[in-house]
Design a protein around this ligand. Structure first.
Ligand SMILES: C[S@@+](CC[C@H](N)C(=O)[O-])C[C@H]1O[C@@H](n2cnc3c(N)ncnc32)[C@H](O)[C@@H]1O
Length: 326
């Protein structure tokens, strides 16, 4: 078997692709997937990984005519076909690899059909983590794809691909069209590792060598992440800015001091903290102590440890502080 680059493979088969896929059991797969999408919005935001010509979107557009789709695919020809089929629809198509492309955020549903069976466990975990980060909490990821029947078959396909690549002296940096499906169990393990919960097999059929499944996985509603990335800075004084997360009397602050910061009075509050970057000094009633990146600081509250941060010329420091609000 001669290995073909993934995009060349699908570009050259675009005219026969749909006839190969529809009219058989895949129709049922697309139908089941459309039924699984249950979103309380007339224009849900959907991400489709390896969307090809968009066969999986047809029934979804019937259900949600104003659905907002982002589709990613390596094959420009497959995407052109999709574009012509759904001319009046709200679709953003991105030609490129889902390993490289930033998925964006706030999706109501992420979908991938018959595309991710070309990758090994390490590669799939990378994709699942990106999918997780791109979704709203509580939403569903749906994957309909081929599966290896056993661990031995999974390993066999992966080592066959390596053998063929070596034999044909093809570069490691490109994707080649060769099926390396994972077992359902391994797929579920990777989805769990990426943070998904409520992982369910909604369909699983097998013949002697290969299986096909629909697996759904939910991004949990709760999150214990302190999402400083999505918080705005407060800038109460020159040379001081912070982002604060508080729960009851406990507070975590991301604080940045820079040159120009002048503390007007002694601070007598307690702080526990970690220097994330930069350096600075604290003045403890006339005695200076310097701290640099990686240092851990613990200042008890009270008169004895009263302090002022001192920033020298050009100095800047970023600290993570754990504090009790009184
Ligand atoms: C068998 S088709 C499936 C298309 C469509 N999802 C369907 O169900 O008909 C697989 C698609 O995955 C795309 N693909 C494969 N690897 C990809 C990658 N790394 N990034 C983006 N698309 C990829 C291919 O170009 C192809 O269009």
């Amino acid at each position: 078997m001669s290995l073909e680059k993934m995009d060349d493979y699908f570009n050259s088969r675009v005219e026969i692709y749909e006839n190969d896929m529809i009219g058989n059991r895949l129709d049922e797969l697309y139908e089941r997937i459309a039924n699984l999408v249950d979103i309380d919005s007339t224009s849900p935001k959907l991400l489709d990984l390896g969307c090809g010509t968009g066969l999986e979107l047809e029934r979804l557009f019937t259900k949600y005519p104003d659905m907002n789709v982002t589709g990613i695919d390596l094959s420009s020809e497959m995407l052109n076909k999709l574009k012509n089929k759904y001319k009046d629809k709200n679709i953003n198509l991105i030609c490129g690899s889902y390993f490289d492309i930033n998925f964006g955020s706030d999706y109501d549903v992420v979908l991938s059909t018959y595309s991710l069976h070309h990758f090994n466990e390490t590669e799939k975990l990378l994709i699942y983590k990106k999918v997780y980060d791109s979704m709203k909490s509580g939403r569903l990821y749906i994957e309909g794809d081929k599966n290896a029947k056993t661990e031995e078959l999974q390993q066999f396909h992966l080592s066959e691909l390596e053998r063929l690549k070596k034999e044909q002296n093809v570069s490691d940096g490109s994707f080649y069209h060769y099926d390396t499906p994972l077992t359902v169990e391994n797929q579920i393990k990777l989805l769990k590792l990426a943070g998904f919960t409520n992982i369910k097999i909604m369909r699983h059929v097998e013949n002697e060598t290969i299986g096909e499944s629909i697996i759904i996985a939910r991004k949990p509603n709760y999150s214990y992440l302190v999402d400083f990335d999505n918080m705005d800075w407060s800038e109460p004084a020159t040379g001081l800015k912070f982002k604060a997360f508080a729960n009851g009397s406990q507070q975590i602050r991301l604080v940045e001091f820079s040159e120009g910061f002048v503390e007007s009075d002694w601070c007598k509050k307690g702080h526990a903290g970690y220097v994330l970057d930069g350096e600075f000094a604290n003045d403890y009633n006339g005695v200076l102590e310097r701290y640099k990146k990686g240092d851990v600081i613990f200042i008890p509250k009270g008169e004895q440890s009263k302090h002022k941060a001192i920033l020298g010329k050009g100095e800047k420091v970023t600290l993570l502080l754990f504090e009790i609000i009184e």
